[in-house]
Design a protein around this ligand. Structure first.
Ligand code: FES
Length: 79
């Protein structure tokens, strides 16, 4: 299994809107972090869909090693 790039070693804080869907970059190559810009094409990675249940600030994973997918789970402290 390929290893994703880690654009940064800490999360991206983003204000999300209730009901809106976001595509989180899982490959780490997107220039629009933490979201997908289709840079994964040709790799085995695909973006992960995140639908906001409420309007709030979300910590999206920036290291690309979170076990919770798009959302930071603190894994960046262990890499
Ligand atoms: S930034 Fe990836 S787990 Fe926190």
């Amino acid at each position: 299994m390929a290893t994703p790039e880690s654009p940064q070693g800490f999360p991206y804080g983003v204000e999300v809107e209730e009901g809106k869907t976001y595509l989180w970059c899982s490959c780490g190559k997107s220039a629009k972090q933490p979201f997908c810009d289709a840079a994964h094409k040709g790799t085995e990675f695909v973006p992960i869909k995140y639908t906001a249940e409420a309007s709030k600030r979300v910590s999206f994973c920036g290291c690309k090693h979170s076990k919770k997918g798009a959302v930071c789970d603190g894994s960046h402290n262990r890499i």
